[in-house]
Design a protein around this ligand. Structure first.
Ligand SMILES: Nc1ncnc2c1ncn2[C@@H]1O[C@H](COP(=O)(O)OP(=O)(O)OP(=O)(O)O)[C@@H](O)[C@H]1O
Length: 236
């Protein structure tokens, strides 16, 4: 398990986390949903070790290799699709195996035919797909996704959700996924943790007990889970 135990964090004058505790199960997808500014990105940064708690402790993250997808794709515009992948694998994956790994992930995400293209020639959805593909290909134990579908339309979001499911099923590793969208959370999360306004507290954790590949909007138990999460967010 990864555990936050009574964590406190203040950024400049803002108290973001105050006695905050929660757990993420290894090898599962945990979604964090909560009001804007409640501290979701800060939680990811603490998980990644980019920030340190002021008090309390975070356990289970020691020695974990972390892969991180930000709200924007953060691609290198002067490198091709394949070179963007290779860039993060340098010194991490032996060069002999890199090409095979890159091609495998590009094929899995439908980007293989674009491997020699530059990011500027890709659509917004394709760029975000490449960012996800790069994060999955990087050898990791923990994948942090910070609202990676922001600004994408519904069909693109659903396509990316399916791709994440496929990549996770190929190699099930721990994912912490931050989103504002209840449907994204219910389609992807084994557990959805609903957060309060800042300083963030856990309002409830909703377990979604149906295999990822069987999830469809409208299929039980998603409507009941949706209603529960809406109630919690509305109560804020
Ligand atoms: N570097 C920083 N310096 C000062 N305050 C910060 C910093 N980063 C975040 N904050 C503040 O901390 C609070 C939590 O920010 P955070 O980005 O973690 O929230 P969030 O839930 O991810 O927000 P959103 O959903 O809008 O992305 C906000 O009030 C924000 O203004």
């Amino acid at each position: 398990m990864i555990n936050f135990e009574h964590v406190y964090k203040t950024l400049r004058q803002t108290r973001v986390l105050c006695n905050f505790s929660f757990s993420a199960e290894i090898g599962k997808i945990l979604c964090l949903i909560g009001p804007s500014g409640c501290g979701k990105t800060t939680i990811l940064q603490l998980l990644a070790g980019l920030e340190q708690p002021d008090a309390g402790q975070i356990t289970g993250t020691e020695d974990l290799r972390v892969s991180y997808v930000f709200q924007e794709p953060r691609l290198l515009p002067w490198k091709t699709v394949a070179e963007n992948m290779a860039f993060v694998l340098r010194g991490v994956v032996p060069s002999a195996g890199q090409k095979e790994l890159i091609n495998r992930y590009l094929s899995m995400t439908g980007l293989y035919d674009y491997r020699h293209s530059y990011p500027d020639s890709l659509s917004g959805g394709m760029k975000q797909r490449l960012a996800l593909c790069r994060a999955f290909a990087f050898p990791h134990d923990l994948l942090l996704l910070d609202e990676p579908f922001n600004s994408l339309d519904v069909p693109l979001r659903l396509g990316l959700v399916r791709q994440i499911i496929r990549m996770w099923q190929a190699e099930p590793r721990t994912i912490v996924f931050v989103t504002h969208d209840i449907m994204d959370a219910l389609l992807l999360g084994h557990r959805v943790v609903v957060l309060s306004r800042a300083p963030a507290a856990v309002l409830d954790a909703v377990d979604v007990d149906i295999p990822l590949e069987q999830r469809k909007i409208g299929r039980d138990p998603l409507p009941a889970c949706y209603a529960r999460i809406m109630d919690l967010l509305e109560s804020e």
